[in-house]
Write a protein that binds this ligand. Structure first.
Ligand code: FPP
Length: 265
């Protein structure tokens, strides 16, 4: 990550990435799976740099899922070590580039020293807003939603408010409420799944699956995906912006008249 010039302005505010395919990448080269994670960790910095160049305001990276606890301890330890190494290597540049760094998920099992390093960088960068860089680590989407519901409920009960929970109350109690909805989810590695990632925030996200395995992913491919997704027409369940509400209403009225004319009930 150097000093980054903004060269583009994406419509997308929040991009999330499932960095998949490390194990297969390494095994395909007769290496152990962890070698894939080591090589994969090297890619992260260039993608962060491109996110800033694209004027994206939040980038959330899936680095370790709750399901990943089922992996061999040696592999888990490498992932812990890579998170720590990333923070130590990138700390200066993160601060220089005014990136707000945070980790969401259950990091209670991480070594104390790593937790301290995370807390320190989170505190140091908490006021920055050029890019919100979030690592999901020990993270699961269903767990996040259940925790948010429980937190919201507790607050209501404490306030003697027994009305039904609203979407807004749940959203406000997610692990990082200010990240907002995801505009674009990218998954590398060829599988077309969400894998319990940001389930709430992905409700209206554009989904992009690339066969490229994460260690082969480049800032160039990231740029192309972001640009392609920016051109997509997002309707959020309403009508296309091109078609317009007025024109669409006219068409709907005409169709209704036709139906009445031919007497369809
Ligand atoms: C999925 O690959 C990837 C992960 C479980 C971890 C992602 C982690 C990194 C990219 C490195 C960590 C970097 C930092 C900076 C924390 P997989 O092993 O499931 O691959 P496979 O689908 O080929 O088996």
């Amino acid at each position: 990550m150097g000093n980054i010039a903004k060269n583009s302005s994406s419509k997308l505010k929040h991009v999330a990435i499932i960095m998949d395919g490390n194990g297969r990448w390494a095994q395909g080269r007769s290496h152990s799976r962890v070698f894939g994670h080591v090589r994969g960790a090297r890619i992260v910095s260039s993608v962060v740099q491109e996110a800033i160049a694209q004027n994206i305001s939040a980038l959330t990276l899936f680095a370790f899922s709750t399901e990943n606890w089922g992996r061999p301890l040696a592999e888990i330890k490498v992932l812990f070590a890579l998170l720590k190494k990333f923070i130590l290597d990138e700390r200066t540049r993160i601060i220089k580039n005014e990136i707000r760094f945070s980790v969401i998920g259950d990091i209670s099992k991480l070594p104390e020293e790593t937790k301290k390093i995370i807390a320190d960088l989170e505190a140091t960068t908490s006021k920055f807003s050029r890019l919100k860089l979030t690592f999901a680590f020990g993270y699961g989407g269903r767990f996040e939603i259940v925790s948010a519901v429980n937190r919201a409920l507790k607050k209501k009960i404490a306030a003697q408010n027994f009305s039904e929970l609203t979407e807004e109350e749940i959203a406000n109690n997610l692990m990082s409420p200010d990240l907002g909805d995801v505009d674009l989810l990218i998954r590398t590695g060829g599988d077309q799944r969400i894998s319990n990632f940001l389930l709430w925030q992905l409700a209206y996200a554009e989904l992009y699956f690339t066969p490229t395995k994460w260690p082969d992913f480049t800032s160039g491919e990231f740029k192309q995906i972001v640009e392609a997704a920016s051109r997509r027409n997002r309707r959020f369940g309403t009508v296309s912006v091109c078609e317009g509400l007025e024109q669409s209403t006219k068409i709907a009225k005409r169709n209704l008249e036709l139906i009445q004319t031919v007497g369809i009930k």
